[in-house]
Ligand binder design. Structure first.
Ligand code: GRF
Length: 213
């Protein structure tokens, strides 16, 4: 069982996927605290609906990124979380935060890193004309979208896809791979060796390659 703190900024659909997987008895995780940096985040209603403790820590109330991050760290430590889950969180976290939870902060990126780092990765991929898109769960280090990769999920880009339809289908991948990554962490199966995350124990058979044109 892993005690998680989930940080959100918006709709909270990844939070919802985690909550649903816990309710289905398929994720050994307890969400101890949901924090949003935006008081208007719809994800706060999802937290309330799920009966989860939540808190708004608004980055605009702090003079520096470090001060904001120290407030986040204090709240997460008070909630005694083992794992910090960034789920649609739209702030770049500082080394202060990363060093407070070494190798215990995860993020979901709506692109197949290292491709399309940064904002609007789905749009970047669509405009680049990729044939295969997807999402990445990775550990967070002080660089943007750079930490060791835990799980990736890939989908073909449909000929009639738009940036919006692709974004929605990538979101579906996110909702599959984030609970999986957290479960692997809860089972203690993730070993970080340099840039690689080695997953110990039984593994599914390798899926066939996705070939798409
Ligand atoms: C998603 O596209 C996710 O990839 C990105 O933030 C967006 C919203 O996520 N990190 P959520 O619905 O708030 O979980």
């Amino acid at each position: 069982m892993v005690a998680a703190g989930v940080l959100i900024s918006g709709s909270g659909s990844n939070l919802q996927a985690i909550v649903d997987r816990i309710a289905a008895g398929r994720l050994d995780c307890t969400v101890r605290l949901v924090i949003s940096n935006r008081p208007e985040a719809a994800g706060l209603a999802r937290a309330a609906q799920a009966g989860l403790p939540s808190q708004v820590i608004d980055h605009r109330d702090f003079a520096t990124r470090d001060a904001f991050d120290l407030a986040l760290v204090a709240a997460l430590r008070a909630a005694q979380v083992d794992l910090v889950v960034l789920a649609g969180f739209d702030r770049l976290i500082t080394p202060t935060f990363v060093h407070a939870f070494p190798q215990r902060i995860m993020n979901i990126h709506p692109g197949l890193l290292p491709a399309f780092k940064g904002l609007h990765a789905q749009q970047q991929a669509f405009e680049y004309g990729v044939k295969i898109a997807g999402a990445t769960v990775h550990f967070v280090d002080p660089e943007l979208d750079h930490g060791p990769i835990i799980v990736q999920g890939a989908i073909p880009v449909a000929p009639d896809d738009t940036a919006a339809t692709l974004q929605q289908r990538i979101l579906g991948v996110e909702h599959e791979i984030y609970p999986l990554a957290i479960q692997l962490f809860a089972e203690g199966r993730l070993a970080i060796v340099g840039r690689r995350v080695l997953i110990q124990g039984p593994r599914p058979t390798l899926p066939p390659p996705i070939v798409h044109w």
